[in-house]
Ligand binder design. Structure first.
Ligand SMILES: Cc1cc2nc3c(=O)[nH]c(=O)nc-3n(C[C@H](O)[C@H](O)[C@H](O)COP(=O)(O)O)c2cc1C
Length: 183
């Protein structure tokens, strides 16, 4: 089994999404046997913005297609995803490879993979909260993976900017979720 580990936080060792994605990887490594982990850090080795020329290079797509499980650390920046992660998405959502259009509309071609996403957000974005309409991270990632045929699983650490106590409690709760996910 091949696990692809993607991180996109600019916060280095202080990053909640990196802490959570690492925990998920650790859990998967103890739960499974014979895994190979491929790591792609989109901050230390950023992908350039998409250009037409970039379509000729399929290495990022091939790496994604080769993975059985994909674990993604995804912080919320300005209500959405980091541009580093968007540049990666731009290379895996490819017509004829991960989706195609049929007479009945678009169809995902990347099904059969497990995708686990560790979200870290400064505020709260529950359905009934005042900020719910500004949530474009989880909704975007769910939409884009659904589009290519995958139902992603989420671990969420929210309210991280509210107070140090809230941050500690949210990360602790989310770390507990990572154990449940990998079980
Ligand atoms: C550039 C930047 C933009 C941010 N924008 C938002 C935002 O729009 N909404 C929010 O709830 N938190 C926002 N935050 C807070 C982060 O989501 C929060 O600090 C989270 O812990 C980041 O994940 P990380 O710890 O993995 O880096 C922002 C943080 C940064 C650095």
């Amino acid at each position: 089994m091949t696990i692809l580990h993607i991180d996109s936080s600019i916060n280095g060792e202080n990053s909640a999404s990196r802490t959570l994605s690492r925990s998920i990887i650790d859990q998967l490594k103890t739960a499974e046997w014979g895994e190979q982990v491929v790591t792609r850090d989109l901050v230390s080795e950023p992908l350039p913005h998409l250009t037409l020329d970039a379509f000729a290079d399929t290495s990022v797509l091939d790496e994604f297609l080769a993975a059985d499980t994909v674990v993604i650390g995804a912080p919320m920046y300005n209500f959405s995803l980091p541009t580093q992660l968007k540049a990666w998405i731009d290379r895996i959502v490819i017509a004829g490879k991960t989706f195609h259009y049929t007479a009945n509309g678009p169809e995902g071609l990347a099904g059969g993979k497990r995708v686990i996403i560790a979200l870290a957000r400064g505020g709260f974005y529950d359905a009934n909260s005042p900020a719910a309409a500004l949530e474009h991270l989880e909704t975007y990632l769910r939409g884009v993976f659904n589009f290519i045929g995958i139902e992603p699983e989420f671990v969420r650490a929210d309210g991280l900017a509210i107070s140090p106590d809230q941050r500690d409690a949210s990360i602790k709760q989310a770390l507990g979720e990572t154990v449940r996910l990998a079980a």
